[in-house]
Design a binder for this molecule. Structure first.
Ligand SMILES: [Zn+2]
Ligand SMILES: [Zn+2]
Length: 235
């Protein structure tokens, strides 16, 4: 990941992170959360597909005393819902090893906290930095901001908005704040319409945008995670 920190996005927008950010903006929701959801899902998919017996990955897992609660359950859901991932065999091999080590530790009188050094969480943290820094940088030098404006369903969550606005250059900070306020105001109006249409006197039907507005509001306030939103599901 180190090299990404040092690279400046190209003017033409050919940069790989730029391309990812644009496609995340197209998707709607918080672009940073959406990208991170993909990172955690693909990290666990590749663990189950090919790395269960990989000595390097196994060392990461052992070193962190397994995956955190959230990523353990995301791994379980992926294993259960995608047959191509070998159902329960991968997780069983990992858990047998971890549980034996945990038992050994107890026998020696130590009390490790399982999942305390989750390697997927560490990876996510690195990716989050890269995506947030790139977003802040690219709204200065590319058309990223106008793409963000153009999709009303794309709304940075409060965490990622705060991170980006802190890093953003003064020249774009005001504009980003203005855009964010306009997006949130628009979302409030859509939710109000949705609520009002529940009145029995109202004849108008509820649009798809209105029906999804409160979900987008959750994402705008507290962000999104693959497992909790169901976005981990393979088609
Ligand atoms: Zn977010
Ligand atoms: Zn984790």
């Amino acid at each position: 990941m180190g090299f990404l920190h040092k690279r400046r996005p190209s003017e033409e927008g050919g940069d790989l992170v730029y391309v990812s950010l644009v496609s995340a903006i197209d998707e709607g929701g918080c672009p940073i959360c959406r990208l991170l959801s993909k990172v955690e899902v693909s990290a666990l998919q590749s663990l189950l597909y090919e790395h269960v017996n990989d000595p390097y990955v196994r060392k990461l897992i052992i070193h962190g005393w397994g995956l955190c609660q959230y990523h353990s359950w995301l791994m379980a859901r992926l294993a259960m819902e995608d047959r191509s991932l070998g159902s329960g065999l991968g997780p069983a091999i990992i858990m047998e090893d971890l549980l034996s080590r945990y038992l050994e530790a107890l026998n020696k009188g130590t009390f490790p906290r399982a999942g305390s050094g989750c390697y997927v969480c560490k990876q996510l943290q690195e990716f989050e930095e890269v995506y947030v820094e790139s977003f802040a940088l690219e709204i200065e030098s590319t058309d990223l901001l106008s793409k963000y404006v153009a999709n009303s369903k794309s709304v940075l969550c409060s965490r990622h908005f705060n991170m980006i606005i802190k890093l953003a250059n003064e020249s774009v900070r005001e504009r980003l704040l203005e855009i964010q306020r306009a997006k949130l105001k628009n979302l409030v109006n859509i939710i109000r319409k949705y609520i009002n249409k529940h009145d029995y006197r109202c004849q108008e039907s509820i649009t798809e945008e209105e029906a999804e507005s409160w979900l987008l509001a959750i994402e705008a306030l507290v962000g999104l995670r693959a497992l909790l939103s169901g976005l981990h599901r393979v088609p």
